[in-house]
Design a protein around this ligand. Structure first.
Ligand SMILES: *Cc1c(COP(=O)(O)O)cnc(C)c1O
Length: 451
C-alpha cells in the first residue's frame, strides 16, 4: 500500500536538476503550475488505491504539460488537398520577397507614417497606393484589413441611411460569416434588391434608381454559378446607367485577379483592370485570394470617393497593419515586374503543368513503394472559379481505416491534410510546396510502416 505521504513535495521536486532545467526553459510560474497539476493527478491515483508515481514520472508529466501548454496553436500544415486557396488552411502562401519584407518591417522601425524627405508625418496608405496606381491606373487606393471590411467601409461611408441597388442574383454568402445583405444592414445602407433569382434586366436597375439610391453595386458571385435560364446586363451598360443618374458604381470583385485566369486553362475571372476600364468608380477585392498576398482588403477607384473613405471613422478601425502593407507591397511588385506567375505561390501552383506534377506523385509513390498515381483535379477554392478545375496527378493510397489514417496525418508534425475519394486517400502535389516533399514522404513512410 502506498500513501499520500509517499508523494514528494513541490519544493523537493523543484530542487531537482530536471525541474531546474524546466524552470529555465518555461519560467517558474508555469513550471510550478505544471508540477502542482502532476502532483494532484498523483494524489488522485493514490487515493484510488494505485501505487504512487515516481519522481521521474511526476517530472515527466510536468514536462509533457509544459510542452503542451506552450506549443503554438497556429501550426504549419502541408496542404495535399489540391485546393489552392483553402480558406481553412490560411488561403495564399506568401512569396519569399513578401516574407522578407514582413521580416524587415517587423524587426525594427519603419517609415510607416513618416515622410523621410520632409521629416514630417506621412500616410500609411501611401506605401501600397502608388504601386496599385501604377498597376491598375486607378486614381487612388486604400488598403484595409480584409475585403469584408472594405465593403463595410464603402457602404458605411457612401450609403448610410440610403438605398443601394443590387441584383438578387448577387446576394451571396461567403464562408458562412459574410453575407452581402448582412454587411449592408450593418453599414446602415438599405438594400434595394432587384430582379429575380435567375434574371435581372437593365430596366430593373433603371426603375430602382428612379426610386432613389446612393449607389449601384455589384458583388461577384464567387462561390456559386447560375446556369440555365439566366440573364444579366453587361457590366458596362449598368455602369453607364448609374453614371447617367450621377450615381457611383461599386464593384466587389471578391478574388480580384490582376492576371487573366483564362490563360491558365481556367474560366475567365473578371479582372480588376476590366472593371476599372468599364468605368467602375470603386473596386474592392481580397489581398489573399487570387492576388496571392497577405490578408487585406484592397479598395481602388476615384480619388474623391477614396478620400471620403479615408476620412470615415471606420477607416481607422479597419486599417491594415505594417506587416500586411509590407507583404502586400512586395506582392504587388511581382506584378509590376511581370514576374507574378513565377514568384507568387498561388500563380506558381495554378501554372504547374500536369507532367511535372505526375513526376512528383510518381517519386512519392516510388519512395513509399505503394499506392498508385492517378489523374485527378485540383481546384482554386477561396470563392474563386467554382466548377473550374485544373488537371493534376495524385498519389492515391488505399488504406484499411482511412479515417484513422487521416487523423494520424493531421496529428503528425507538420500536420498533413489530404482528401478522400471513394475510400482512397489522395495527395495532390500541386498544393504541396516543393520544400515539403521530403517531410510528406518521411511522415507517410513512418505512418505506413506502423499500420
Ligand atoms: C471573399 C469575398 C469577400 C470577403 O473577403 P475577405 O477578404 O475574406 O474578407 C467579400 N466579397 C466577395 C464577393 C468575396 O468573394
Amino acid at each position: 500500500m502506498t500513501s499520500l505521504n509517499d508523494l514528494p513535495s513541490v519544493e523537493q521536486l523543484m530542487q531537482t536538476a530536471r525541474l531546474r532545467e524546466l524552470t529555465a526553459l518555461f519560467g517558474r510560474t508555469l513550471t510550478l503550475n505544471a508540477l502542482r497539476l502532476a502532483l494532484n493527478e498523483g494524489r488522485v491515483t493514490v487515493r484510488a488505491g494505485d501505487s504512487s508515481p515516481s519522481r521521474e514520472q511526476l517530472s515527466a508529466r510536468a514536462e509533457f504539460l509544459l510542452n503542451e501548454w506552450t506549443r503554438p496553436s497556429l501550426q504549419p500544415v502541408i496542404n495535399a488537398t489540391g485546393v489552392i486557396l483553402h480558406t481553412n488552411l490560411g488561403r495564399a502562401p506568401l512569396s519569399h520577397a513578401a516574407i522578407q519584407a514582413m521580416q524587415s518591417a517587423a524587426l525594427g522601425y519603419s517609415n510607416l507614417e513618416y515622410d523621410l524627405t520632409s521629416g514630417k508625418r506621412g500616410s500609411r496608405s501611401e506605401h501600397a497606393e502608388s504601386l496599385l496606381q501604377k498597376l491598375t491606373g486607378a486614381e487612388a487606393a486604400l488598403v484595409v484589413n480584409n475585403n469584408a471590411a472594405a465593403v463595410l467601409l464603402i457602404l458605411s461611408a457612401l450609403a448610410k441611411g440610403k438605398r443601394v441597388v443590387i441584383s438578387r442574383t448577387q446576394l451571396v454568402e461567403i464562408g458562412g460569416s459574410f453575407r452581402v445583405p448582412d454587411v449592408m444592414k450593418q453599414s446602415g445602407a438599405k438594400l434595394a434588391e432587384i430582379g429575380a433569382t435567375n434574371k435581372v434586366h437593365l430596366r430593373d436597375y433603371d426603375e430602382a434608381i428612379k426610386e432613389g439610391a446612393a449607389l449601384v453595386m455589384r458583388a461577384h458571385r464567387s462561390n456559386f454559378k447560375i446556369i440555365g435560364f439566366t440573364e444579366e446586363p453587361e457590366l458596362k451598360k449598368v455602369i453607364d446607367l448609374a453614371h447617367k443618374h450621377n450615381l457611383p458604381f461599386i464593384d466587389d470583385l471578391g478574388s480580384g485577379t490582376l492576371l487573366d485566369t483564362a490563360q491558365y486553362g481556367l474560366g475567365h475571372e473578371p479582372t480588376v483592370q476590366e472593371s476599372l476600364a468599364a468605368g467602375a468608380d470603386i473596386v474592392c477585392f481580397s489581398g489573399d485570394k487570387l492576388l496571392g498576398g497577405p490578408q487585406a482588403g484592397i479598395i481602388l477607384g476615384r480619388a474623391e470617393l477614396i478620400t471620403k473613405l479615408k476620412k470615415h471613422p471606420l477607416a481607422r478601425a479597419v486599417r491594415a497593419d505594417k506587416l500586411c502593407l509590407a507583404a502586400l507591397s512586395a506582392t504587388l511588385l511581382h506584378y509590376l515586374k511581370d514576374e507574378a506567375p513565377r514568384e507568387v505561390p498561388v500563380w506558381q501552383m495554378i501554372s504547374m503543368e500536369a507532367g511535372p506534377l505526375k513526376a512528383r506523385a510518381e517519386a512519392w509513390r516510388a519512395a513509399l513503394a505503394q499506392g498508385s498515381v492517378v489523374e485527378s483535379e485540383s481546384t482554386i477554392g477561396g470563392g474563386s472559379l467554382p466548377e473550374e478545375s485544373l488537371p493534376t496527378f495524385v498519389l492515391s493510397l488505399k488504406i484499411k481505416s482511412p479515417d484513422k489514417f487521416l487523423k494520424q496525418l493531421r496529428e503528425s508534425n507538420p500536420a498533413i491534410v489530404a482528401r478522400t475519394e471513394n475510400d482512397k486517400i489522395l495527395f495532390d502535389p500541386r498544393t504541396v510546396l516543393l520544400e515539403q516533399d521530403q517531410f510528406l514522404v518521411s511522415i507517410l513512410c513512418s505512418l505506413l510502416s506502423s499500420l
